[in-house]
Design a protein around this ligand. Structure first.
Ligand code: NAP
Length: 504
């Protein structure tokens, strides 16, 4: 047992915690043990409609959207304080629900997401744009940034609480109301977020949370004409479906999707730093991070040395009960997902790859029912192999060699994704060329994974569009309105003759 708690959870609709209208529930599992830890509402379309109605009413009533941004900001700042105060409990809950190590939940996820909220709540008071000014004779123009309306937020299971912060917090700060659907595997910290948001002072109806099957309730959110925008973080496959569901009502769809980050080690790189960076870049969040480094393009003169040093380090990784403070790596999210990762490992070998390390299911004492897998290293020169092109979303390192700069950059860019990429070199000119040439929303130089709250996290190509974090993510949840004031006071303006009558 790694910490059992059987909780009965409810939806948050219009300020009330309620069961699903059909009385159905589903189980939530601890991926380290396979035990049931909670029951959540298996909501129906009827519940989605109630949540949307509540959000619509809260938006149309206008209390939230018309409130000064300083008031909304203060509420979100209070929420950050409450989360920080409850940080140990929330980190533990996140670990029990996702299998990520407590070391990561406590030292990275929780402090980082608190900082994310504080940054966003401050930045919301400092939205910038064109100054009010005269762009034509006889008039003054101004820009207003206004909320879009009801925003449906749909989040994935890998960073449950952080993704709520990245999507729901900027939406709320900019005056929108929200219907939030967490991933069915990992709803627990999202529901806690709802409780703390109420204590912080989010008014009823402004934030609604419903749990249940994505293909039913997520689809209904995207199709419903009372929802003005969908903010989705998840797989490319579901992102594409949501775009099509939302097209009939022409709603704005903001997509943060998958990745397949390359990690390029040039001949002049500091090899020990690149190896340390590769261990962390590949294993963060048990290898289930959209930014994980997955394709390792190593200069041909050093590929063998890089590979052997990486494997030496990976042998030191402590796989175990994620609640133990000494554990580096916990389980994958589910048995089905582990099978998917294992199928990719098999496929990589069928397509010419050599298994150099790992590829097995470690047995963890006390966690026999968990979905563990070892870090795995595959060496391949088959650039077309599916393990090189597709998102595996597990701790699988694919190592390839390259000959020169153009070869490396061309192959890095030759995937459908464009989220994050890193280059490792001591030549700053080469680094700057790579920064320019890599078609990815974030490029790290001699680092991988870091994204400060002030900077955007945004995808190119099939990794989506729009931005999380930074003030760009606040703009994402606004419409721009042009307001024009006549300053001439004239009955007949100088330009009217162009439509009617003659020039005076
Ligand atoms: P997913 O399968 O796409 O699910 C994401 C969310 O969509 C869940 O809440 C899910 O609900 C819901 N959903 C599933 N099918 C749906 C449908 N037909 N219509 C509407 N909603 C539906 O993704 P995941 O497996 O949870 O997360 C992993 C993926 O997220 C990876 O591809 C990863 O790269 C990506 N990700 C991207 C970022 C980024 O910032 N770009 C960050 C984190 C994760 P159920 O859980 O009920 O199925």
């Amino acid at each position: 047992m790694t910490g059992s708690l059987l909780t009965e959870c409810k939806n948050l609709i219009d300020g009330e915690w309620c069961s699903s209208s059909n009385g159905k529930n589903s189980d939530v599992i601890n991926p380290a043990t396979g035990e049931n830890i909670a029951r959540i509402p298996y909501s129906s379309k009827e519940d989605v409609h109630s949540a949307i109605d509540a959000a619509r009413k809260a938006f149309d009533d206008g209390g939230w959207r018309k409130s000064p941004v300083s008031e909304r900001s203060a509420i979100l700042m209070r929420l950050a304080d409450l989360i920080e105060h409850d940080r140990d409990r929330l980190a533990r809950l996140e670990t029990i629900n996702t299998g990520k190590s407590i070391k990561q939940s406590s030292n990275y996820d929780l402090p980082y997401l608190v900082d994310n909220i504080r940054f966003l709540a401050g930045a919301a008071r400092n939205i910038e744009g064109k100054a009010m000014g005269e762009y034509v004779d006889e008039g003054t123009s101004a820009i207003r940034r206004e909320p879009i309306g009801v925003v449906g937020v749909i989040t994935p299971w890998n960073y449950p609480l952080m993704m709520v912060v990245w999507r729901a917090v900027p939406a709320l700060l900019m005056g929108n109301t929200v219907v939030l659907k967490p991933a069915s595997y990992t709803p627990l910290t999202t529901l806690e977020f709802g409780k703390l948001a109420q204590i912080a002072g989010i008014p009823r109806g402004v934030l609604n949370i419903i749990t249940g099957p994505g293909p039913e309730i997520g689809e209904e959110m995207a199709r419903n004409s009372q929802v003005d925008m969908i903010a989705f973080t998840g797989s490319e496959e579901v992102g594409r479906k949501l775009s099509s569901y939302g097209s009939a009502s022409l709603k704005k769809i903001s997509l943060e999707l998958g990745g397949k980050a390359p990690f390029v080690v040039f001949k002049d790189a500091r090899l020990p730093a690149a190896v340390e960076g590769a261990v962390v870049g590949g294993l963060v969040n048990n290898g289930q991070d959209c930014a994980n480094s997955t394709r390792y393009y190593i200069h041909e003169d050093m590929v063998d040395e890089f590979e052997s040093k990486l494997i030496e380090k990976l042998k030191e990784v402590k796989i175990g009960n994620p609640l133990d403070h000494g554990t580096d790596m916990g389980p994958l999210i589910s048995s089905a997902h582990r099978k998917r990762v294992e199928d990719y490992i098999k496929l990589g070998m069928e397509e010419g790859g050599l298994l150099k390390h790992g590829g097995f299911e470690p047995k963890i004492e006390g966690c026999e029912g968990g979905f563990f897998i070892s870090p795995t290293v595959i060496r391949t020169e088959n650039e077309e192999s599916r393990i090189v092109k597709e998102e595996i979303f597990g701790p699988v390192y694919t190592i390839l060699s390259f000959t020169d700069y153009d070869d490396a950059i061309r192959r890095c860019n030759d995937v459908i994704y464009g989220l994050g990429a890193s280059v490792w070199t001591s030549d700053m000119n080469k680094a700057l060329h790579a920064v320019r040439d890599l078609r990815f929303g974030t490029v790290w130089v001699n680092e991988h994974v870091v994204v400060p709250s002030e900077m955007p996290w945004a995808g190119y190509k099939h990794s989506g569009h729009g931005a999380s974090l930074s003030s760009y993510s606040l703009e994402e949840f606004t419409n721009i309105k042009h307001v024009y004031f006549d300053v001439s006071g004239a009955v007949r303006k100088k330009w009217y003759y162009q439509v009617f009558g003659s020039e005076r």
